[in-house]
Design a protein around this ligand. Structure first.
Ligand SMILES: [Zn+2]
Length: 171
């Protein structure tokens, strides 16, 4: 559990180094239910991003969290609102039709990056380099970028020529 102070700082300590937490951090939901699992105590814990990057169990932990994310997306209660745009061994990219945002779930970092539809073009155009976490996440995104730039977001589909029944988007 992540405990925050009223002022916004963290009360919790990083389980990897024992020091007080400070941004940037990596945190998961409580996704390992088996108490005998050797990584159980790290699920639902927050850690410094840098500690996470250099953690010997990082790749395994990220993989577990990525797979949990895949399963959650498959048995989601309303998958029709989260169509899959791209699925590979390393990433799951979905689009939230109601929230109008892209979800980029990465195996290597175990993170789920959210980008709003309006930010998407700028993010693709290089914004991702500054906005993502360094190392793991940036490396994974750099590899995925050739695929991401090819995606068409559901909300941005241009009506076929001749179909004038849809009013132009005004925002
Ligand atoms: Zn730490």
């Amino acid at each position: 559990m992540i405990v925050t102070k009223a002022g916004g700082g963290f009360v919790s300590k990083c389980p990897l180094c024992g020091q007080n937490l400070a941004e940037p951090i990596f945190a998961t939901s409580h996704f390992i239910g088996d108490k005998s699992h050797d990584l159980y105590r790290f699920s639902d814990a927050a850690m410094h991003w840098t500690c996470y990057v250099h953690w010997p169990h990082q790749a395994r932990f990220a993989q577990l969290y990525f797979e949990a994310g895949l399963r959650a997306s498959e048995r989601g209660s309303q998958p029709q609102y989260w169509p899959t745009l791209l699925k590979s061994a390393d990433a799951l990219v979905r689009y939230g039709l109601v929230v109008n945002e892209v979800s980029v779930l990465l195996r290597r970092s175990g993170t789920d990056i959210r980008i709003t539809q309006s930010d998407w073009p700028q993010w693709l155009h290089g914004g991702w380099r500054d906005q993502c976490h360094p190392e793991l996440e940036r490396d994974a995104l750099a590899e995925l970028m050739p695929e991401l730039v090819k995606l068409t977001l559901p909300g941005l589909i241009v009506p076929l020529a001749g179909n004038n029944s849809l009013p132009p988007k005004t925002n």
